[in-house]
Design a protein around this ligand. Sequence first.
Ligand code: ATP
Ligand code: LTN
Length: 332
Amino acid sequence: MKKRIFSGAQPTGSLHIGNYLGALKNWVALQDEYEAFYCIVNLHAITLPQDPKTLRQKTLDLARIYLAAGVDPEKSTIFIQSDVPEHAELTWVLSCITRMGELERMTQFKDKGKGNTERAGVGLFTYPVLMAADILLYQTDLVPVGQDQKQHLELTRDLAERFNRDFGETFKIPEPYISKAGASIKSLQDPSKKMSKSDDNPNGSIFLLDDADTITKKIKRAVTDSGTAINFDEARPAIANLLSIYQLLTSKTPEECVAHFESKGYGQFKGELAEATTEFLRPFQERIREYDDTTLADILKCGAEKAKHTAAQTLQDVYERVGFRKNPIAKL
Ligand code: ATP
Ligand code: LTN
């Protein structure tokens, strides 16, 4: 039996190369070795206000992005979270064993609540419990994510262990998979912040669907550090970030990249980075329309059916363990 992977992204904003290098790239690389479930987490998306029409469109756009990035529907299960209601149902049970203090410590809540927790939605607060439910429903072994999700993974493990201890062995304890390179791609405008979909300044991110001109402009405007060396030096985070992007997109080793730019200036470096980025994104952008609407709908329907099959078994087990009777009207 293959081990299992679960991961997901929110259908909000536009995906950027940080999402690709931190998460999607690993999803594609791991799908041969693992049984993979890749979810479009639209329940998470509504923890912040969304326009319904845009959300509906972005949900399908994100499915196309998974496919264009190389997630293969023959190998991996791609589905929309709201198509499998077990995600919301397990969230309720888990929320009853989650402590307020645990959620208060979550840094993403503090960041996204923008310090005004009095006015933040309760969904934003309980967001990590829904994420734990996503993962635990599938008896997941491995969760490939970016560095920013590590704390949520730790909570997921704690909740699984607590449930197993109190109600008997039910959940697999999942491990995070955070590759060292690409785990946290920084904003081009401020290397102390991660590249983020919710950043108000679009110049901080290179979006997967940006055209060549936009990419070149954004890279030209990217902040740099004082000095002239082009290398991986923690004290010079802006250059280290740009060089990491170059390294990951060209699949060269760090040493090769440093040697390549040894006697070159920032101008030339930025020019070559813009070219490498455009070259990398071109085939991806060509693939985005590869599936027509009907085929896409079929892939998502089939994905939801496969996901539900596994999710419903886990939920049934959980319900029995907490003392709910077997549902007389369930189809399982
Ligand atoms: P936001 O940027 O608004 O916080 P997000 O990009 O974190 O949203 P998702 O779309 O759900 O939200 O993220 C999908 C995946 O991309 C997650 O695994 C996340 O850890 C990863 N990721 C997000 N930003 C980066 C980044 N700058 N570098 C590396 N990985 C990232
Ligand atoms: N919280 C994640 C998205 C997400 C996720 C998941 C990732 C929701 N459920 C389960 C991995 C596994 C984010 O904001 N990036």
